[in-house]
Structure formats: C-alpha cells, structure tokens
Ligand binder design. Sequence first.
Ligand code: NAG
Length: 164
Amino acid sequence: MIFALLIFNFPLIYSATDLQNQCNIPLSVYYGTSCLILHTELKRYNTAKIACNDILGYSGHLVHIRSLDYQPVIESLMNASSVLNAWIGTECYGTCTTASYSNWYYTTPTRKFEESATFIAWSATGMTGNSVAWQKGLKSTAIDPKTDYAFICEYGKTALTYAV
Ligand SMILES: *[C@@H]1O[C@H](CO)[C@@H](O)[C@H](O)[C@H]1NC(C)=O
C-alpha cells in the first residue's frame, strides 16, 4: 500500500514544478509557452516592472505583446476584473514615435534595453509618455510612467535569470 502511494505521488510532485500547472491562480492564463497574470493592484511603471514575482523559479517581466493574437487573451483577463488599463513590458529609451519601432524595447526588470520591439499594437490615441499600457478595447498607448495602473506579468517556460 505504501509502495503504491509512492508510485502514484511521484508524477504529482514533478508536475507541481511545471509552469503550466502553477499557472492556475485567479486572473492567470497559460498562453503559448507563457503564464500571463493580471495584477489589479495599481503601481507606477518602474515599480510594476520589478513586481512580477508570482512563480518561484521563473523570472517574470511585464508582458511582451508580440502580436495582435494577445488581444483577446489580455482582454479576457481584464474582463474578468474591473481593470481598464494595465502596464505592459514595452518602453521607449531615447526619442520615439508611434510611426516607427526605433528606440522601443521589450523590457525586463533588470536590463534597460532587453530586446528591440518588433510589434506594438498602437491605439489611435497617440502618445503622451514613454511607457506602454494596454487599454481595454483600445490597445497600446504610451503614457507617463508615473501613472498608477494595474499590470500584466509574463513568465516564460524556462527558469531564466536575466543578466544585469
Ligand atoms: C470583453 O468584454 C467586452 C464587453 O465589455 C466584449 O465586447 C469583449 O468581446 C470581451 N472580450 C473578451 C476577450 O472576452
């Protein structure tokens, strides 16, 4: 009997470390190979940027929205809460416009320039700052990072530690 229990428990112990299985808290969704989690608490951009620490062993960052396929995923999380605006992991360093990807980056907590942005789903509302928020039904707008907004974290499939 004890022997049978040990055999039965081993896969459960293993799956408890798997990102997909840990992606089961309220306002979370497993999408592609990432776990996305909407945080409803309001933070300035630079505080939100270092607040993605939901899943032990996985380095989180504000979500990198890489295609319009993310929109229904993001907005279903927003619909499940009262959140209308949420920070995402895209920022301008230098001089930026919504007409070009120059100087827009997918950022992480520890590096200033992580990866050049190759997709930004701009809304029609223009930009008033250098940090990007997703606005429900409107898509991405760059605004003042001192604004207090909810934020969306992303955890990748590997337990990645970013170089400083
Ligand atoms: C979110 O809610 C709006 C209505 O408020 C609806 O039009 C939209 O289809 C919903 N989106 C998703 C992805 O559920």
